[in-house]
Design a protein around this ligand. Structure first.
Ligand SMILES: [Zn+2]
Length: 386
């Protein structure tokens, strides 16, 4: 299987890019290079595709439902009652909507945490994108459900597009023993671990009241933190805790829109970046965003970083790396950059779009000026999805 992307701008030059068996094999191919499929990308630039490292895909169904309420009112009066009525068929429709939106906005991978995961997995395989699907662990799950989930984790084998991760939801919904046992189960079976961490001040206060430790110190004290952990949010994390996260090799999923919309607070960019921890970008669910557009997320993150007075903090190339290469690497995908030998995931962006002109700096335009209407094509694993 091969694809020739003709006349596309890469590093300021017009090129032909040859993709074979899902990888970029030549970034400067001849005009007449043989390929099973040819895509004329005249007027487009090629950029790396997005990796969304924290979402709840089927929550597209809650888009705009109960907005502008305080967090506990929103959860207790809107989100949880709605979710309690959702069926497997609803989850399927929500996942389909999410995947369509993600592809249209340049995302080729998402790290999900939700329920009825077979429905979401089916949609992922049908639509040709990649995903890590979380088996959600909560303290209030009945024992039979826990056993069923554990059996599933033991029996699972990853495919190139689908992996299974273990997702103990958070320190406020999962007790100490369950956290330890689910993490052990994940590690015995080579699964990554996906958690919410330090999203709100209340979470930190309650954890200190119950355990005497902040969530990062508490999870570290019981052996949870490691290079297989993806921790979403990390808004309320102090300097010493950032050093712990970095030392343990944890990957952080920063979700700027969700944090702002729910009033959770400003991500401490200064401390996080200084610690050297791997930072990626997530949208969180549509109920708190309200979309799954990682290009928007890049712009919000870069602006939020600078809002305290340091315009040099979080440059356009740096935030692009969080949204692309860092996310791919965190999940073991050898991609996130357009380079020979890498997996062929990419976005083709129209340079004719008014928002992309003039083009003094392609990356700046992409981060600060564009929107997803500038996307002409999305390629995942060498296949054209859009
Ligand atoms: Zn979340």
């Amino acid at each position: 299987m091969s694809l020739l992307i003709k006349n596309v701008m890469l590093d300021g030059q017009k090129r032909n890019i040859l993709v074979r068996d899902g990888r970029f094999v030549c970034l400067d191919a001849a005009d007449g290079a043989e390929a099973g499929e040819v895509l004329n990308a005249e007027g487009c630039a090629i950029l790396p595709a997005f990796y969304n490292t924290h979402t709840h895909a089927a929550m597209t169904l809650l888009r705009g439902y109960g907005d502008d309420n305080p967090l506990h009112v929103w959860l207790e009066e809107y989100v949880w009652p709605y979710e309690s009525k959702m069926t497997a068929a609803d989850i399927r429709r929500g996942s389909e909507l999410a995947v369509r939106e993600m592809i249209a906005s340049g995302t080729v991978f998402f790290n999900d945490m939700y329920f009825e995961i077979d429905e979401t997995m089916d949609v992922v395989e049908q639509q040709g994108i990649r995903a890590a699907i979380g088996v959600t662990v909560m303290e209030n799950h009945p024992a039979a459900l826990r056993d069923e989930k554990a059996a599933r984790i033991r029996a699972w084998r990853d495919s190139p597009s689908l992996s299974l991760v273990v997702a103990p939801h958070s320190v406020y919904t999962v007790g100490r023993e369950t956290f330890i046992s689910s993490t052990r189960l994940a590690r015995e079976n080579g699964r990554r671990i996906h958690i919410h961490l330090c999203e709100t001040e209340k979470e930190v206060r309650d954890c200190v009241a119950q355990t005497g430790l902040t969530p990062v110190r508490y999870l570290d004290s019981i052996g949870i933190l490691g290079p297989d952990v993806i921790a979403a949010h990390c808004v309320h994390v102090d300097k010493e805790e950032w050093d712990i996260l970095a030392e343990r090799g944890v990957t952080v999923s920063h979700c700027p829109c969700s944090n702002m919309k729910l009033g959770s607070g400003r991500f401490p960019y200064e401390l996080a970046i200084a610690s050297g921890v791997r930072i990626t970008l997530g949208t969180d669910g549509c109920s708190s965003n309200n979309n799954l557009d990682l290009r928007e997320e890049m712009k919000f993150a870069a602006l939020l970083a600078k809002v305290n007075g340091d315009a040099e903090l979080l440059s356009a190339p740096q935030i692009l790396q969080w949204a692309t290469r860092n996310g791919a690497e965190a999940f073991g995908y050898d991609t996130g950059v357009v380079e020979e030998g890498k997996l062929a995931d990419a976005i083709l962006v129209s340079l004719d779009s008014p928002k992309m002109q003039p083009c003094h700096n392609l990356i700046s335009n992409w981060v600060y000026a564009a929107d997803s209407s500038c996307i002409k094509h999305v390629i995942c694993n060498g296949k054209i999805l859009l």
